[in-house]
Design a protein around this ligand. Structure first.
Ligand SMILES: [Fe+2]
Ligand SMILES: [Fe+2]
Length: 166
């Protein structure tokens, strides 16, 4: 498909193949999963879905290229900004929204601006729903519970609905 989100995804796929082929399953499932949860949350919260999708695709980009988590949000935001400028398909204002969301995404205990919150919540949803048999981490529990409330479902109800699909 010839649109800018697909161009961005092609660039990220190349980065994964080149830098972390052994962890490609994690990065592909996580980045695409977060991106799609960003779209769902953006629909629900009246935000631009395509911009939200780009936030999700790029948010852990530094982990892919550097192979480390330390300060990956801040460093990833700078890296994403350079990539978005190079693609020449995003305005300065859009780049600012995306890079700000990336730079703040590790601060799950703070409430920031709407796109920042979409990205943080999507990251939590992907972690928590990746495998419903895995425990939810302590630091993501409060946000996860808020999301279950937002979508009007209990943890037990959501998990049994997911498991019935397996
Ligand atoms: Fe991250
Ligand atoms: Fe992430």
């Amino acid at each position: 498909m010839g649109n800018r989100l697909e161009s961005l995804r092609n660039e990220i796929d190349k980065l994964i193949d080149k830098n972390q082929p052994k962890e490609s399953r994690y990065f592909v499932s996580h980045l695409y999963g977060v991106s799609q949860f960003c779209v769902l949350l953006a629909v629900r919260r009246g935000l631009n879905t395509e911009l939200a999708a780009a936030c999700g695709m790029l948010h852990d980009i530094y982990q892919i290229t550097a192979g480390e988590r330390e300060k990956h949000a801040k460093k990833g935001a700078e890296q994403a900004g350079r990539m978005l400028k190079k693609i020449e398909a995003y305005s300065d204002q859009e780049i600012a929204i995306i890079t700000t969301a990336i730079s703040r995404h590790s601060k799950k205990h703070i409430v920031h601006e709407p796109y920042d919150e979409v990205l943080k919540d999507a990251d939590v949803l992907e972690h928590c729903l990746y495998n419903p048999d895995f425990p939810v981490s302590e630091k993501e529990m409060a946000r996860y519970n808020n999301l279950l409330e937002e979508f009007s479902c209990s943890t037990r109800g959501l998990i049994s609905a997911i498991q019935s699909c397996y």
